[in-house]
Design a protein. Structure first.
Length: 318
């Protein structure tokens, strides 16, 4: 028959003697001073440790991994910090999704204890959670290319490609720049400056980025628009009246173009005297570089001398 004897012990206000062994009681007298956090008695009794984690914020990188996490241990019974034992994990902390956001829940699995005496303790839980802030990734610059075009009277430019800097791996095609490009002016010329003005980002992953630069430039050319000409009759007999050559023109789009003059031997005045006259066309100064008139065919206006049968002799006796 076992005799349980009430006894004072260094473990607490109550203890029960079982042979030569003492088991600490769960309570201590409020008159007794608390045991210090590093007390071996307290450490022996507080065998269950609670782990907590603090995750260092990161910038969006397209992954759910949270690579920088610090851990702390406390006594599950008293809340006192434990520093001679460490907690770690072979697994990477992670979030439920990779998107940027504030206070995102972080999951940490596979925790275990290391250090001298770790075998004397157990973890309250091997999986815990914390939170982390995932900042949006900055797009600091972008580059683009623009297509050459034929003069059309506008500054609009067609963008052929855009490259965004600092995209996370795998996000190409999921983030698109929104904006428009324009030439510095509408005139035809080679190597003209084209400016892209960005207004924002779009796409399924655009919310994970901020656009720091909203403008970029490149170069492209505007070629003169070619005109096609149709030339009418250019041979006449002299009859004392001015002769002209009918010339019509259409632009590359097939639209009638009338803003030009026909010259006869360099003059806008139509000739009337017999002879040959080189026929050319001329554009106004403000349009001269924007249209290509090189297709105008070589044309000569010919006014032949009148024949004797076309003469009327007056003043001779009948």
């Amino acid at each position: 028959m076992r005799n349980d004897v009430f006894s004072r012990s260094p473990f607490g206000r109550k203890a029960y003697a079982h042979g030569l062994h003492f088991e600490p009681a769960l309570d201590r007298s409020p008159l007794e001073p608390p045991l210090p956090p590093d007390s071996p008695i307290l450490a022996r009794w507080s065998a269950v440790l609670a782990a907590a984690a603090v995750a260092e914020g990161k910038t969006y990188d397209g992954s759910t991994a949270v690579p920088r996490t610090r851990y702390t241990l406390t006594d599950a019974q008293t809340g006192n910090s434990v520093t001679n034992i460490e907690v770690t994990t072979a697994e990477t902390a992670y979030t439920a999704d990779a998107n940027a956001g504030q206070g995102k829940l972080v999951y940490i699995d596979g925790l275990y204890l290391t250090g001298d005496g770790a075998a004397n303790y157990t973890l309250q839980a091997t999986s815990i959670t914390t939170t982390v802030d995932v900042a949006k990734r900055e797009i600091s610059a972008f580059q683009f290319t623009a297509a050459d075009k034929v003069y059309d009277g506008s500054t609009a430019a067609q963008v052929t490609s855009i490259t965004l800097d600092n995209l996370a791996v795998g996000d190409e095609g999921d983030v698109t720049l929104v904006g428009s490009a324009a030439f510095a002016d509408a005139g035809a010329a080679a190597g003209k400056t084209v400016t892209y003005a960005a207004t924002g980002l779009t796409g399924p992953k655009a919310g994970n980025y901020t656009l720091q630069s909203t403008a970029a430039t490149t170069q492209a050319s505007i070629a003169a628009m070619p005109l096609s000409f149709t030339v009418g009759a250019a041979s006449f007999a002299y009859d004392g009246t001015a002769k002209t050559v009918a010339v019509t023109a259409v632009d590359q789009k097939g639209a009638l173009f009338t803003n030009f003059e026909v010259l006869y031997a360099g003059s806008t005045e139509a000739p009337c005297g017999a002879g040959t006259y080189a026929v050319t066309v001329q554009l106004p100064d403000d349009l001269a570089g924007n249209y290509d008139i090189s297709s105008f065919p070589t044309t000569t206006l010919t006014i032949a001398q009148a024949g004797q049968d076309q003469l009327t002799i007056v003043g001779l006796p009948g």
